[in-house]
Design a protein. Structure first.
Length: 287
């Protein structure tokens, strides 16, 4: 109970930080700018790996708030993007990397790390967006075609009546496995984003918070949109865009809180190491 109270107090302190007034909004702005090129690139990569676009859209639509999927999903269709034109693909990557570049700047600001050169940050941003797209395609393929692949393996092994039990067991555990993969991806992003050496162990709590936060926030926001939202009354035809902007801002806020949690853990880790070094030196001097 004491740890829960301490964690809640830490969250409140983080939310009250001056950086929380502008970093989530700045990050959300660039993510919104980059989300459409990202979806186009997902369609391109999926078509290159012969992954069904229909399978991807059906899986994504189940995770997105109501109305948002109607705005975003058409961009995943490979035909919506001139994939045979190399320069357009490169331009899409550059646009999509604005989101990860903003994440790098937000991480540097919270860690109080000096920004590296613009070119180096851009190369890292491109690498991060490529990594995210590959992870996304893997996740969607795993969730969409995992059952079929597992069924094929069971048929080839042929354990008779045990097969059905194993099939339902896999269908049950594939979502926890997917959440764990998202958690590992968040850890990797949190470690790589800052322009400085960050210990992986100090990003575990922030990555866990963000993974759970994304899931819970999306579920609550989707429920609100489906049952209580009146955005269409105030905003009319652009209500879907407003919904997308609010959803992205909420996720960006959670993402920045995750970074701030990691910063506190990182600083505590450095202080602990420094104290250990001082104790060792004192013991040596006494001897």
């Amino acid at each position: 109970m004491k740890k829960i109270k301490e964690f809640i107090k830490t969250l409140v302190d983080i939310i009250m930080l001056p950086q929380m007034m502008h970093l989530p909004g700045s990050l959300a702005f660039f993510i919104i700018l980059s989300i459409f090129p990202i979806l186009m690139l997902i369609g391109i990569v999926a078509s290159y790996f012969s992954v069904s676009i229909e399978g991807i859209t059906s899986t994504i639509s189940a995770a997105l708030p109501s109305g948002v999927e109607k705005l975003l999903l058409p961009y995943i269709q490979a035909g919506a993007f001139p994939r045979n034109i190399l320069i357009s693909t490169i331009f899409a990557f550059i646009l999509a990397s604005n989101g990860t570049h903003a994440l790098i700047l937000a991480s540097n600001s919270l860690y109080d790390i000096k920004n590296s050169s613009y070119l180096r940050r851009r190369i890292k941003a491109l690498f991060l967006i490529l990594l995210l797209i590959v992870l996304f395609i893997f996740m969607i393929s795993f969730l969409t075609y995992g059952n079929q692949l597992f069924t094929y393996i069971l048929k080839s092994v042929s354990y008779g009546p045990v097969n059905e039990v194993l099939y339902y067991f896999f269908a049950f555990i594939k979502w926890p496995i997917a959440m764990f993969i998202i958690y590992l991806a968040m850890k990797l992003i949190y470690v790589l984003s800052p322009d400085g050496k960050i210990y992986s162990s100090t990003t575990s709590i922030g990555a866990l918070f963000s993974t759970i936060g994304f899931t819970v926030a999306t579920a609550i926001f989707s429920f609100y949109i489906n049952n209580f939202s009146t955005y269409d009354i105030y905003y009319g035809s652009i209500a879907t865009i407003v919904t997308l902007m609010i959803w992205i801002y909420i996720l960006s806020f959670i993402l920045v809180i995750g970074i701030a949690i990691n910063v506190r853990n990182y600083n505590n880790y450095k202080i602990k190491n420094m104290n250990n070094i001082l104790k060792k030196n004192n013991n040596i001097s006494v001897l």
